[in-house]
Design a protein around this ligand. Sequence first.
Ligand code: BT5
Length: 321
Amino acid sequence: MSTNLAEIIRILKEADGKPVSGEELGERLGVSRAMVWKYISSLKEGGYEIESSPKTGYILKVVPDMLYPEEIKDGLNTTLIGNNIFYFAELESTNSFAKEMAKEAEEGTVVIAESQKKGRGRLGRNWQSPKGGVNLSVILKPNIPLDHAARLTLMTGLAAANTIRSLGLDARIKWPNDVLIKDKKVCGILTEVDAEMEQVDYIIIGIGINANVNVDDFPPGIRENATSLQKELGTEVNRVEFVQKLLYEIEQQYIKFKTQEFSAILSEWINLSDTIGKNVTIMTPSKMVEGKAIGITDTGAISVRTKDGKRVNLIAGRCVY
Ligand code: BT5
């Protein structure tokens, strides 16, 4: 959206339901009334409902349920995450896009798509990303060794769970990267890292949340184990406010990540864990470990006590229970 469009929205919002004349808008923007009319038309095309009367002027009636950067930034309480937001109505994958630009991008840059054609999960799995969901990626550039990267997946899971909990829902975290409500997956996280000499260059954290989506439309095999915020709440969520909260939560956790021992995040994570104490099977490309999940290590690995009493730590894998 151009700055002039954003400025018109800002002025109309400020007017709080009172009409603003085309003349006034034109003067404040330094453009002709005809140009104002063009801007208004393009805002209407973008879903804004604007009432116009030749006598009194323009009134903003409805802001669309779209994750426009201007809407997200209006009320966003962060200093790093979301300073730059790239927005797409549709994209193959926000993680793929973020990866292409990560080297040059500023830390905290966010990529959002209303829907994804090839939303990605881990190990080539897919992520159903219809309109109404929240699909976004955040570019982080922490100065950490590669073997600390898994901590950021846990950190993000915690931020997502806290955001969902703020809606009054009992969100729990399933190791390593899922957020569940009543045992069903509402959010998945895909962390992708680029490193040089064992030192992280950048990390993309991709977050997919079923916000206002109908999970019954998902293919069989996925829909049975999925839920959405809308389904759990019985009403749609305001996605702009939700994303504002999510970015704020990520920033708060990231500040903690950089300034405190990881145990500060880990203890909060464990409080919301759905996995610790359960009998689990962890599958990695090379092995399968069965046993009781007894803890998470300082690097983010799951500790499993196997039947023969051994303690096995696994840094990544698919966790089934
Ligand atoms: C994940 O992988 O859960 C990571 C999902 C990350 C998605 C975000 S969206 C923004 C960013 N851009 C991307 O391209 N990706 C990230 P994994 O743990 O591998 O789980 C994938 C499995 O979850 C699939 O095989 C399905 O069984 C299931 N699944 C797929 N879509 C789902 C959905 N919308 N809700 C619940 N479960 C789903």
